[in-house]
Ligand binder design. Structure first.
Ligand code: HEM
Length: 228
């Protein structure tokens, strides 16, 4: 009888021993897993790398522009991917553009260390073309609103012909052997030396020179169209 009691006691202590062993094992395995939260911590330290790049896109434009481009328009002489809605390349000359119902934004880029230009509404050769020509002077962009009076020019600034300068904002840069000129103007400026542009297809002439002397003739020129 007493023998059986001792037997039960030892069975009991064996069971409690086993239970505490299981509990200990569970505790150990649980505390071994606890370092896992370290992983999310390292993840969260790498994550800011993405937001950190987000402020890079220019942010100045929405107040005045309202283009539907994915990146705000900034006339800094850098044509960023997504800054313009459309783009066309004519060999060494490239034109990028965006528009809303009131304004258009143009980014010209040419492989040259000279001036770049675009013209609207040319009739015969360059005659009556509404020209915007940009170049660099002491590293700073100069953008002129011009009008060609003859087939081969000249194309003095509108202001010298009794008109107005309707370039609302502009900038430019020369980098890696290319000149970039960006500018903004109204589709219809109301100036008689500017051609009113339409939503849809507009014919253009384009050209670029070999130097920053805006009256020196182009080295390359051509024509095309932009779809605003
Ligand atoms: C800077 C002063 C400029 C001078 C002295 C000048 C002179 C000339 C001359 C003499 C021609 C006759 C054809 C030739 O030789 O190529 C011509 C044609 C042409 N120019 Fe200019 N140009 C000037 C600026 C511009 C600008 C700013 C543009 C465009 C925005 C332009 C666009 C054209 C085009 C497209 C033609 C060819 C037209 C055709 O063959 O139908 N030019 N230019």
């Amino acid at each position: 009888m007493s023998f059986k009691l001792i037997d039960n006691k030892s069975t009991f202590s064996l069971i409690t021993g086993l239970v505490s062993l299981i509990l200990m094992l569970l505790f150990i395995s649980f505390s071994c897993q606890s370092p896992q939260p370290v992983a999310p911590v390292t993840q969260s330290t790498t994550q800011p790398a993405v937001p950190a790049t987000q402020p890079t896109p220019p942010v100045s434009q929405p107040a005045t522009g309202g283009t539907v481009s994915t990146v705000s328009w900034t006339p800094d002489g850098i044509i960023t991917q997504g800054e313009y809605q459309k783009s066309k390349s004519y060999g060494d000359y490239e034109i990028n553009w965006s528009s809303d119902n009131t304004f258009m934004y143009i980014g010209m880029k040419a492989k040259t260390a000279g001036w770049v230009a675009v013209g609207f509404g040319a009739e015969l050769l360059m005659k009556n073309a509404d020209i915007v020509e940009g170049y660099l002077s002491d590293g700073k962009a100069v953008v002129a609103d011009m009008f060609s009076t003859g087939e081969f020019g000249p194309h003095p600034p509108d202001v010298q012909q009794g008109g107005t300068n309707d370039i609302l904002d502009y900038g430019g840069k020369r980098e890696n052997g290319a000149t970039v000129i960006e500018f903004k103007r109204k589709l219809d400026t109301g100036d008689k030396f500017d051609k009113p542009l339409v939503k849809g297809v507009n014919k253009i002439i384009w050209s670029f020179g070999a130097d920053d002397q805006p009256t020196n003739k182009h080295v390359t020129r051509g024509s095309g169209e932009i779809d605003l």
